[in-house]
Write a protein that binds this ligand. Structure first.
Ligand SMILES: [Zn+2]
Length: 299
């Protein structure tokens, strides 16, 4: 009955080795370093265990991000519905566009095997993806009617990266692609997506915590769905999504746990209960419960 609209099942094996409670940029760096230390067999065991947990916890639909591609086959044969989004990232435009072409071929192949579980694309985030990657992905997803998802407006560090070209994510980005120049667009994450023509291709916007009134108006105008992951946002010091303002604007919002590297469980009942406390006296508890049962959010 529940829709867990945002997970990274491939990260489940890192649950015990990835500390939360640190600022987003440093958490991301720790998580990436620890993921490199695990082999595929370990990641696969984590994925199978996570799928069992979802099924035991009355989750019937899932939106999963797959960077390693290891969760695709298990999800297609799991009986779960939803979308598995094949992730692409790259801040060097040449490399990024080559990866996008490769992912498009993969998606075309996997789509022939779709079950209740559909195949989509994920363009990771503004600090890890070239602007031209967003533009090309938007054109393709729109033309091919491929569901897609983006991590956006998640942390204060992401805002600093786009507004001023500074902060922990700029440092990480500079370390990974030192040869790529970055002129900060000096706008909010949501406004950045609009400038690139992304919002009109209606990606699922994952997180959308760091948003102002203008951003909310843009999300509503383009009718993009948003996925709210309150425990992850809380654990990574990202802030509180203005959920009551989103709902007042008529924005479609779903609920997700995010991965076990930033949330304590994949159980939607835990996410609901946390969200009810976080938004107490602003959003009614029964409305939050409804956000957890919306498969149409996934596009
Ligand atoms: Zn995520």
């Amino acid at each position: 009955m529940y829709t867990n609209a945002h997970t990274h099942l491939e990260l489940s094996a890192l649950a015990e080795v990835c500390p939360t409670g640190q600022e987003f940029g440093s958490w991301l760096q720790t998580m990436l370093a620890r993921r490199m230390q695990l082999d595929n067999a370990t990641l696969e065991r984590g994925i199978h265990k996570a799928i069992e947990q979802l099924q035991q916890n009355q989750t019937t639909t899932v939106g999963d991000i797959s960077a390693t591609r290891l969760s695709i086959e298990p999800l297609l044969s799991s009986g779960l519905a939803g979308v598995v989004y094949l992730e692409v990232l790259g801040f060097d435009p040449t490399v990024a566009l080559e990866r996008l072409s490769a992912a498009q071929r993969e998606i075309d192949t996997w789509r022939k095997r779709e079950t209740a579980m559909k195949i989509g694309l994920s363009i990771h985030a503004p600090y890890s993806c070239a602007p031209s990657l967003f533009e090309a992905a938007a054109r393709w997803c729109r033309a091919e009617a491929v569901p897609w998802a983006i991590h956006i407006a998640e942390s204060p560090a992401e805002v600093a990266f786009l507004q001023q070209g500074i902060g922990s994510l700029r440092e990480l980005n500079r370390r990974i692609t030192p040869h790529i120049e970055w002129q900060a667009p000096q706008c909010s994450p949501i406004a950045y997506l609009e400038r690139l023509g992304v919002l009109e291709a209606q990606p699922v916007l994952v997180h959308a915590v760091q948003v102002d009134a203008h951003d909310l108006a843009l999300i509503a105008q383009y009718d993009c769905a948003v996925v709210h992951c309150p425990r992850s946002n809380h654990n990574l010091l990202c802030g509180r999504m203005p959920l009551e303002q989103m709902l007042a604007q008529g924005i479609r919002v779903g609920l997700g746990t995010d991965s076990l590297t930033s949330a304590q469980s994949l159980d939607m009942r835990d996410e609901i209960s946390f969200a009810q406390q976080l938004h107490a006296y602003k959003v009614a508890p029964n409305i939050i419960e409804q956000l957890a049962t919306q498969p149409s959010i996934l596009g």
